[in-house]
Design a protein around this ligand. Sequence first.
Ligand code: ZN
Length: 412
Amino acid sequence: MGSIPTPGVKISTKMINKKTIRAYVLKNAIEHNGKATTGPVINSLFKEGLKRTGIKNAMLKINEVLKEINKLSVEEQRKEFEKLQGLVGHRPERKGLPPLPKAKKGKVVTRMSPSPSGALTLGHILTIGPNFLYSEKYKGKFYVRIEDTNPDNIYKPAYKMIEQESKWLCDNKVKIVIQSERMNLYYKYAEKLLNKQSAYVCDCDKEEFKKLLLEKKACSCRNLSVKENLKRWRKMLDKKGYKQGGAVLRFKSDLKHKNPAMRDFPLARINETKHALQGNKYRVWPLMNLAVPVDDIEMGITHMIRGKEHRDNAERQKMIYKVFGRKYPWDSYIGRIHFQGLAISASKMRQGIKLGKYKGWDDSRLPTAASLKKKGYKPEAFWKFVEQRGLSEVDKVINKKDFFEVLDRFNK
Ligand SMILES: [Zn+2]
């Protein structure tokens, strides 16, 4: 065993001793509900002087230690860490979020995309957080893009609420964009994809198509000419053409893709439900995997931080970027925070308000931005919470009481 260095003294050798590794693994585990992960430990060790050439060796040691430590309870971890904490360099605490990779001043464009199914919630606030804060830090732009291309999933008052609360949260430094006002753009891109033979209009029976897809086989629509596809596309747009459910626009991906959900996924469909803003002006609606990449391209989004649940969609959207020869933005995922005692779905809130169970969207029992604002919380309190959490991908469970204790401290 090497000697124990005094706090703050950097270890300059390439080889980091096992005790130091153990200290960092413990620290990471305690900070993450008892479960350490390799990445952050390696990063800390770089700051301790670990050289690139030493990674392989360090990794072996870390993984060995990690296995042992993750088996301990947080209490046991704390106890052991008390003895070893002198080995952890006492660097000044970082203020704010870590620097954003590939970010240039004035050139960062970020977004957050709620659907107008209810008011902005705590969950939305925590995703707006890093995106907005980075646009501020790099003097860029931040958009809140309301994704309303599914006419069945719209609660009309949500438009106004989302706009109001976003402006409150971001001190008016936010641009609101509504997708249903950009329909011609999506149609233009749909036609481009058809012309590039990267999409096709499929009028097969849904179940039959699904069967073919699972067998990695093409349907008879897939190899039709561009001319025939454009004709079918016009038939989708025509009120007298295909019926609702009669045809979908599909992306030509890879039929052999190991994940069936990535094979020839849909891009647009017919839905004749009257739209809250657009009425019956449109019958063909883009799905997320068309509208999102089109907007990200057109709005020049450079960085995206979003929930882990969007990973599969991101993979689909990358395929669209590729067809247009565009470089995909830098992206990162954050874990979910489950707020025990505060998780209420938009539909439950909507229903509860309708039935008079809640007084409104700002009812003190609801986890909405409106309610938190009414209680006197300032946006800065949320941003401190966001900064403290960083860009961690680890899911967390926080109960209501603990959360408000932290928030109250930040709200002073
Ligand atoms: Zn087909």
